[in-house]
Design a protein around this ligand. Structure first.
Ligand code: AHG
Ligand code: MN
Ligand code: MN
Length: 355
């Protein structure tokens, strides 16, 4: 009897190239149940969306229909880029005939979009920002896609999708795709944060880093200082502090996904505070802040609206905005300490005027 064949996959590169996203999800769930297979297949479809969008972005200067505005406005009242529309449709297309996702809610659609053939069997909902940082597209700078997976709860017969208006703790997974010098996909399904790099020659996202942990503190503070005079005094106090103390450096790309990714890997804090005119700020809770808060918490970091954990905030409507502070636990706490200090001063002043 000849010796049994011993696969030589101990060779690192072959095994690494086989650690695709769909396999990694099953490894993380330690299960081959139908639910695990569904989640693995769902992540694989998201990966396909990432590949399609990455390919389109790489052809921006040479292919019509990539750069520039679509000539319409979205529900946010923002001018829509052609890539916003393309990417929005890509996420819908990859879930057709999937039996996985019945409903998709996006920054670019006033109401959720239903894929009838997938309902009622597909009990998942994808909430997503198809292109984040779209002001960067025409300047060939990094942009991203942000997503979260939620279960559909109840019948949603009236199409109101009211079950989506629950806290971020209802998310069963979240992630983003960063279209930069390389295209990477970062995700978590509750067992840590893991990153994959797209190998265009394979057409696969290959495992790059597992169990990413955000440093307890970092030197980066990421904020649009152009809004300085529109901020509450507490945020100005924080900015004055980092200006006056050694060891801080400002980094801001105009694309949340890129700035978030830098903070996740290097530590520090990203903040998009509310302003006196827009106390709720600019970023959207359901498909920007809650998914990223889920990831940051999985990586040992924090995400707050200044006074409350983002994951505990319940959205009043699909496109609700929120102030957003996220990153290393010590840096988020430092920003919050300036907010708490100003609140104390306001309370003392109110007590004084009452006495
Ligand atoms: P989107 O392109 O999806 O509308 O998101 C843009 C967001 C976010 O990516 C970024 O952090 C922020 O807008 C930048 O806003 P400012 O230009 O006001 O700094
Ligand atoms: Mn966005
Ligand atoms: Mn967007």
């Amino acid at each position: 009897m000849t010796d049994a064949y011993q696969p030589r996959i101990q060779e690192r590169s072959l095994d690494r190239d086989c650690t695709t996203l769909s396999r990694h999800v099953l490894q993380q769930l330690q299960s081959f149940s139908s639910e695990a297979q569904d989640l693995s297949a769902l992540m694989n479809r998201i990966a396909l969306a990432g590949k399609l969008i990455s390919r389109r972005l790489s052809q921006a200067g040479i292919m019509a229909g990539v750069l520039g505005f679509a000539g319409t406005e979205n529900v946010q009242g923002e001018s829509v880029k052609k890539m916003d529309v393309y990417a929005n449709d890509v996420f819908i297309s990859v879930f057709q005939q999937s039996g996985l996702v019945c409903r998709l809610a996006s920054e670019e659609m006033e109401k959720p979009y239903y894929i009838p053939e997938n309902c009622p069997i597909g009990r998942y909902t994808l909430v997503y920002d198809p292109i984040d940082g779209s002001s960067n597209i025409d300047a060939n700078l990094n942009v991203g896609s942000i997503f979260a997976i939620r279960r559909q709860e109840g019948s949603d017969e009236d199409g109101s999708a009211s079950d989506l208006l629950q806290s971020g703790r209802k998310q069963i997974g979240a992630g983003y795709i960063l279209y930069g010098p390389s295209t990477i996909l970062v995700y978590s399904i509750g067992t840590g944060v893991h990153a994959f790099t797209l190998d265009p020659s394979l057409g696969e996202f290959i495992l790059w880093q597992e169990n990413i942990r955000v440093p307890d503190r970092g030197s980066v503070y990421s904020v649009n200082e152009g809004n300085f005079w529109q901020w509450d005094e507490s945020i100005r106090d924080y900015i004055r502090y980092v200006h006056r103390h050694e060891g801080y450096t400002g980094r801001y790309s105009g694309a949340l996904v890129g700035d978030f990714h830098r903070v996740l890997l290097q530590g520090g804090v990203f903040l998009y505070p509310g302003t006196l005119k827009k106390p709720e700020g600019k970023l959207r809770l359901l498909y920007e802040c809650a998914p990223l808060a889920y990831l940051m918490e999985q990586a040992g970091g924090r995400a707050s609206n200044g006074t409350q954990n983002i994951l505990d905030v319940v959205s009043g409507h699909l496109h609700q905005r929120t102030p957003f502070i996220t990153g290393s636990p010590e840096d988020v706490a430092l920003v919050e300490s300036f907010i708490q200090e100003r609140d104390r001063i306001k309370e003392d002043e109110q007590l004084l005027t009452r006495s």
